[in-house]
Design a protein around this ligand. Sequence first.
Ligand SMILES: [Zn+2]
Length: 221
Amino acid sequence: MKKPLIIIVLGKSGSGKGTQAELLKEKLGLDYIGSGDLLRARAKKKDFTGKEIAKILAAGALIPTPAIFKLWLDRVEELKTKKNFKGYVGDGNPRKILEAYLIDDALEFYGWKKNVKIILVDISDREAIWRLTRRRICKNCKKIIPFVGEFRKLKKCPKCGGELMQRSDDAIALVKNRLAWFKTDVQPIVNYYRKTGRLIKINGEQPIEDVFRDILKAVFI
Ligand SMILES: [Zn+2]
């Protein structure tokens, strides 16, 4: 049997990694593990962990590793039993170096470590700031509309038709916070994958379809 294809997408806020993850999921028929989705779903349950996660999400802070990793692992368990599982694309995990180690161990445990591709959608800080201060969000379903390509022209949410607004959390100070967080927490992850010879760096400062083409090329080399 063919080994499942695991694609881990990394990138700064504004890099368009979420869009690329969605495209990969569609095009390759993969499952999707997005930490944002997992956390929002968990925050609906009003127990201790649900309430804590809701608080942390509202503050835009980082979720502690035990909480997010439990959710991630539950989702992986689900996929492990799925029929015709072809692989998954991961978006938003790992966010700390500890999580990168844990994911490595988990992929080994589940027998999925043979075909893992680590993609960094690379953009400069300047580009990230420019995009993030301009991107919009659907008032209704909270879908993020990136400030790139065709998305810039949208008047309504492509998913639900809802009204689009500028994100309140995209004030410049918060954008800078996120970039600082990328440097302290995510950069060590990038370095770790690079040192172990697994990092695939893709130029994220191109139109969406060109970024996607480069990713596909790199994945199927
Ligand atoms: Zn919407």
